[in-house]
Design a protein around this ligand. Structure first.
Ligand code: 6PG
Length: 254
């Protein structure tokens, strides 16, 4: 596995701004080497703040948005247009203003389009597989877990240490035979969700966990202190090349 670094910014605002700049430079670097490139994003307030900073950054001119594919790491299984959808927040701050081709924005299915979270997960897995390029220099995933090799996966983390919709004590961090799962008993509402699995998330060059606020300090310390992923799912966050923990001072407090 690659390198891991923990970077601490004084405030949540500074964290969001620096992470946006870092993200745009990482995407520009990736585009110097390959095309298309793939970014996976999460919901949550910190992630949304990062996307808002991306939308207004002068560094945007370094990225060819027509060669960028955007995916979600998780989604709430609710109807199209529901304000609870993670994609709603991203659409508002990012896709409204930017020229990313609509067919490159891979939203997770809604409850209007799939009968249940498992069916939605299977549909998204099929879409991911269509973009799973063979990468001869890399260990391949089993065929059942086909996903593009994400250039960057941008994760938030809950105070309980959850990433995507993989929650503590649910055993879902141990699923390795699928790229996407349906969740029907999320402890955080809404209960029905869709989530990438650990093998899909970690089949990425870079995985970044972005967290702000004192409520996250305990989970940060436990994840970095070697907790079991079953107990603190964020402990499973790892990129093939780079794993970054991007924190504000409060989240880094422990
Ligand atoms: C969800 C949220 C959740 C969020 C984390 C971090 O689906 O319920 O998106 O997973 O990403 O709890 O959220 P904050 O960045 O708002 O702390």
């Amino acid at each position: 596995t690659g390198q891991r670094a923990v970077l601490v910014h004084p405030t949540a605002q500074a964290l969001a701004r620096a992470t946006a700049a870092r993200l745009l430079l990482a995407l520009a670097d990736a585009q110097a080497l390959r095309s298309p490139i793939h970014l996976a994003i999460a919901g949550g307030s910190v992630g949304t703040q990062v996307l808002a900073e991306v939308a207004t950054s002068p560094l945007l001119e370094n990225v060819d948005l027509s060669g960028l594919h955007v995916w979600w790491v998780d989604e709430r299984f609710v109807p199209c247009g529901d304000p609870d959808r993670n994609e709603g927040q991203a659409t508002e701050v990012l896709f409204g203003g930017l020229d990313i081709p609509a067919e490159n924005v891979h939203r997770m299915p809604t409850s209007d389009h799939a009968s249940d979270p498992d069916a939605a997960a299977a549909d998204y897995a099929t879409e991911l597989t269509a973009f799973a390029a063979a990468s001869p220099d890399r260990a391949e995933l089993p065929a059942s877990v086909g996903t593009p090799e994400f250039d960057v996966v941008l994760l938030g983390m809950g105070p309980d240490g959850h990433i995507a919709s993989l929650f503590p004590g649910h055993g879902t961090v141990r699923i390795t035979d699928r790229s996407v799962i349906g969740v029907s008993d999320s402890p955080k509402p809404p209960p029905r969700r869709i989530s990438l699995t650990v093998p899909a998330l970690t089949h990425a060059r870079q995985v970044w966990v972005v967290a702000a606020g004192a409520a996250k300090a305990d989970a940060v310390a436990r994840a970095l202190g070697g907790a079991e992923p079953d107990e603190v799912p964020a402990a499973a966050a790892a990129g093939r090349d780079v794993t970054l923990w991007l924190l504000d001072a409060e989240a880094a407090g422990r």
